[in-house]
Design a protein around this ligand. Sequence first.
Ligand SMILES: O=C(O)CCC(=O)C(=O)O
Ligand SMILES: [Fe+2]
Length: 238
Amino acid sequence: MNYQQLAEQFWRDGYIMLENFFSAELMDSYNQKILDHFGESPEFSHNAEFLEKSETEVIPWFPQREGEHLFDTVEHDPRLVALTQAILGDDWYTQYCMVMFSRQGTKGQAWHQDCPPEDSSRFNMNRLIYTMDITEETGGYTMAVKGSHKIGLLPACDHDVDFPEQQTFIPKKGTLILLHGHTWHKVLPVTGKYRVSTNYRSAPIGTPENITDICVYRNMRYQFSTSSVVEDRLQGAV
Ligand SMILES: O=C(O)CCC(=O)C(=O)O
Ligand SMILES: [Fe+2]
């Protein structure tokens, strides 16, 4: 693997996708653990206002915080570590591993940036792994706007929009997607039984641990720690 070339691609486009990065066996064991945790019909852990306004229907789980060591294998994978280092430089750290579960019939995630883009040196990097095939049947394709990490703020708008530079990703079991936190991205509605993705977030050293506490959507900025809208982007300040 040419880590330097991949890093250049990441900084040009705001993302990279690598198929078959992890073995099917490892992904199967992860997916089974995840299904065992969530069960058939998990409840949302976010409040109703967030679910409605953000058009985001995802249930998070942080398995390593519960001592699930199975999830350490990906975090310590030497190729993932080398690739992360090629992109972020020597001084970076792992934030946490977050599994995101979506039920059938849910909306996915509306266009967003994981953290405010005003300071281009302050960002998280998503290291997304897929433990199941995302298909036409499951729905839930991931989309991202090429180069948008360099543009800045996601445009404010009260309805869903298409961007000329948007790309669609259809990740398979074992796929790795690295995605800059300022890149505009979304997840399409989930039509199959369920959808799972797992994010090993990382950031340059010096980035606050709570960098992703405020997420930027087209219609608002939302703060997770206080469960509140901190800016209504359609009306001005709240
Ligand atoms: O599940 C995905 O494909 C993307 C999730 C996402 O938006 C994120 O982890 O920040
Ligand atoms: Fe995101």
